[in-house]
Design a protein around this ligand. Structure first.
Ligand code: PLP
Length: 438
């Protein structure tokens, strides 16, 4: 059994002996042992604290061990720890009602899943059944989950060894810093990305396309905030060609972008919304699809051919209710918005002035990417070796970083205080200085 008196080394050895890890070569694991957490801090088995600048896997939006969420799980567990999806339970209904209260007009139902991948699976299924069409368009720079269709909808390398589903077509979204369209500014990048998307739609045959699936702000791919006109432009194309627009809010939603839904920061309304992660900060696995009235009505008489044993699990739903209530009562979304605008954004931009290796800083809320380059002119991505050293330098200084390719994602919980954010920025500055000094 897991002993609270074990050393880090014992916990890690025990883990790697028995646990098969995600996205890893199993002989090359180096996990950090984590015993407990509180707010933005986690602690290992030897009393060492880390500032969690990763929110674990960019999901602990409300911070670690929020007392209201823990208490709600305990209360629900004492009353009813599980229930079949066909039964009615107030935790599930209340969670759906609260999620819908943050969605735009015109959404009236929530289908619950276990996480983000199966949320996207079911959104794709709904769009296909609703339109009677097959194809799904999504971006190369995206991540939508690791199950059958979701992994093939994924644009990055995780798709390639899993390409067994059909009907998935990829396109390039806007990314002004590394434009595929020879654009010279954000606005032009947005316009040209829309022209490209329309050409892809026309070339694939609009009558064959069920859905465009997009992360509102591509997250793992680099927190690539789209130009203001892009998402409204995608909406217009979807309307023009009778295509459903699915916005994947799994990472960007529930406070990460300083809004309930990241698309609240843009002038766009989807047909289907997928969520997971921040809805209850992963205290119990939960995801789902928010469904428009029009699509939901399709299934008033017709059977929806999809389901999950744990759809709307009461522990997950009770934790989501408490989490959303606490977020509203404690102004947690507003905090994320403000800390991003007042502390993290300006702080990272200041670091970009000081360190030549920083090519670009972008983001909003508690959703920021720092992109490192070997050469400021050519924008050649910095080496893997540099990123490894930076990650270790952060860990040595008591911060858990999130790194991916040539980027560090500065993605703390939404509850981060100004003082903690400044501490995170100082840690990054010190780590960069140490790596630069060799
Ligand atoms: N969609 C996005 C945007 C994500 O970031 C992720 C996970 O990182 C997923 C979907 C998949 O979610 P899950 O890992 O809960 O299946």
């Amino acid at each position: 059994t897991a002993s609270t008196h074990a050393s880090n080394a014992e916990v890690i050895a025990h883990d790697v002996d028995h646990v098969f890890h995600s996205w890893s070569a199993q002989a090359k694991l180096s996990p950090i042992a984590i015993r407990r957490g509180n707010g933005c801090t986690v602690e290992d088995f030897e009393g060492r604290e880390y500032l969690d600048l990763s929110s674990m896997l960019v999901n602990v939006n409300i911070g670690h061990q929020h007392p209201r969420v823990i208490e709600a799980i305990q209360r629900q567990a004492a009353e009813l720890a599980t229930v079949a999806p066909a039964n009615a339970n107030p935790a599930r209904a209340r969670a759906a009602e609260l999620i819908l209260s943050h969605a735009p007009e015109g959404f009236n139902k929530v289908f619950f899943t276990n996480g983000g991948a199966d949320a996207n699976e079911n959104a794709i299924r709904l769009a296909r059944l609703h339109t009677g069409r097959d194809k799904v368009l999504s971006q190369y720079r995206s991540y939508h989950g690791n199950t059958g269709a979701a992994i093939v909808a994924t644009g990055d390398w995780r798709r390639v060894p899993n390409e067994y589903a059909t009907g998935h077509v990829h396109f390039f979204g806007p990314y002004a810093y590394r434009s595929e369209f020879w654009s010279s500014d954000e606005q032009q990048e947005g316009e040209r990305a829309l022209q490209h998307l329309e050409r892809v739609i026309q070339s694939e045959g609009p009558e064959s396309i069920a859905a465009i699936l997009l992360e509102t702000i591509p997250g793992t791919a680099g927190i690539i905030v789209p130009p203001a006109a892009y998402l409204p432009g995608v909406r217009a194309l979807a309307d023009k060609y009778g295509i459903m627009l699915i916005l994947d809010e799994v990472m960007a939603g529930f406070g990460r972008a300083g809004e309930w839904f990241a698309f609240d920061a843009f002038d766009v309304k989807p047909d289907l919304i997928t969520f997971a992660k921040g809805v209850n900060s992963g205290y119990v696995p939960l995801g789902g699809v928010v469904i428009s009235e029009e699509i939901a009505a399709q299934f008033d008489e017709r059977v929806f051919p999809g389901g999950l044993t744990y759809s709307g699990h009461p522990l997950a739903c009770a934790s989501a209710v408490a989490s959303m209530e606490a977020m509203a009562d404690e102004g947690i979304i507003e905090n994320a918005h403000r800390v991003g605008a007042e502390v993290i954004g300006p702080g990272l931009r200041e670091l970009a002035e000081r360190f030549e290796v920083i090519g670009e800083v972008r983001g909003l809320g508690v959703f920021w990417a720092v992109e490192f380059v070997a050469d400021a002119q050519t924008r050649e991505p910095i080496s893997e070796e540099f990123m490894g050293q930076l990650k270790n330098a952060m860990l040595e200084r008591g911060a858990l970083p999130f790194t991916s390719a040539n980027r560090l994602h500065f993605v703390p919980p939404c509850v981060i205080t100004d003082e903690e954010a400044r501490r995170g920025l100082r840690t990054l500055a010190d780590a960069l200085a140490a790596v630069a000094a060799g």
